[in-house]
Design a protein around this ligand. Structure first.
Ligand SMILES: Cc1ncc(C[n+]2csc(CCOP(=O)(O)OP(=O)(O)O)c2C)c(N)n1
Ligand SMILES: [Mg+2]
Length: 291
């Protein structure tokens, strides 16, 4: 499979008429259930896969791809997605696999010898528009792309998913201050506010961090707060943007969402479950999905 041109995201595995189906939050929930199980399955061959941060942003990433990114007649999108919190790559890979962009056999080899998908997204691989993983750069990349679009009169929305730990990087606030001053409007960022960085709560480590949305607004952005595990809420926040300035959605989430022993437990930032833990996680996800 060849990679689509830079700045486009392929929505269908082969070109053909593709009309974007209306956003359906029930289907989104089913996809996220399936994707959590798939990520856990891949984790059984990889000792560290950043499951906690992938599970906290899964509904956000899925909703952006399925619910709001535009889709052209050729199946490609004119819009761009950047996962600035690159260590959450499994969320993006799972969505790309669901969309047919990553073949299952490639997903199976994530972080494996012979595979080409690593812990962090690599620019150039199908579906990946920026290499990320060094936190604090995705928003600046997005603003730069959007600034160039303005000069070239190119119609594109650039979506960025960031983490709350990432907001501790000064580079994020520099570009946040810069974007509205440059008249950049077509950036839509979502902060995965799970109140955890690697080893503890952001609210404890940096109490002055909160309230986040108020600070973002003070820098000239539109900012709204939502439940980041509600596909409908994330969708509505994005499509309901006022426009005229860039948007930042502050999405409250739970690190490790969906697996009881992972939720809000720092160890699951990084490690993978053992076989018993794996089975328990699958059982919990299935039970919750049936309810
Ligand atoms: C510039 C930089 N410093 C440090 C790291 C190592 N690192 C990886 S994830 C992480 C923090 C995880 O917390 P957060 O950014 O909030 O991500 P999430 O909670 O969504 O997993 C850190 C410090 C990094 N990737 N980039
Ligand atoms: Mg975090």
């Amino acid at each position: 499979m060849t990679s689509p041109a830079r700045g486009t995201t392929r929505f269908t595995p082969s070109p053909g008429p593709a009309t974007k189906p209306p956003f359906d939050p029930v289907q989104a929930r089913t996809r996220c259930w399936r994707m959590r199980k798939r990520i856990l399955q891949v984790s059984q061959k990889v000792s560290a896969l950043h499951i906690g941060g992938a599970f906290s942003c899964l509904e956000i990433v899925d909703t952006i791809y399925h619910g709001v990114m535009r889709r052209g007649a050729d199946g490609n999108s004119p819009d761009t997605f950047i996962l600035s919190k690159g260590h959450g790559s499994m969320a993006q890979y799972a969505v790309l696999e669901e969309m047919g962009i990553i073949p299952p056999e490639e997903m199976d080899l994530t972080c494996q010898p012979g595979g080409r998908r690593a812990t962090h997204p690599d620019y150039g691989l199908p579906g990946i528009e920026a290499s990320t993983g060094s936190l604090g750069h995705g928003l600046a990349l997005a603003v730069g792309m959007s600034l160039a679009d303005g000069i070239q009169q190119h119609d594109r929305l650039v979506y960025v998913v960031m983490s709350d730990g990432e907001l501790e990087e000064g580079s994020v606030w520099e570009v946040m201050m810069l974007a509205p001053s440059l008249g950049v409007k077509n950036v839509i960022a979502v902060v995965d506010l799970n109140d955890f960085q690697s080893l503890g709560r952001t609210s404890k480590i940096l109490p002055n961090f909160y309230p986040v949305a108020e600070k973002i607004r003070a820098f000239g952005w539109e900012a709204v707060e939502v439940d980041g595990h509600s596909p409908q809420a994330v969708h509505d926040a994005i499509v309901g943007r006022k426009g005229g300035r860039p948007l930042m959605v502050v999405a409250r989430t739970i690190k490790g969402k969906g697996v009881s022993y992972m939720e809000n437990v720092p160890m699951w930032h990084y490690r993978s479950p053992n076989p018993q833990e794996y089975q328990q996680a699958l059982d919990e996800l299935d039970r919750a999905h049936r309810e």
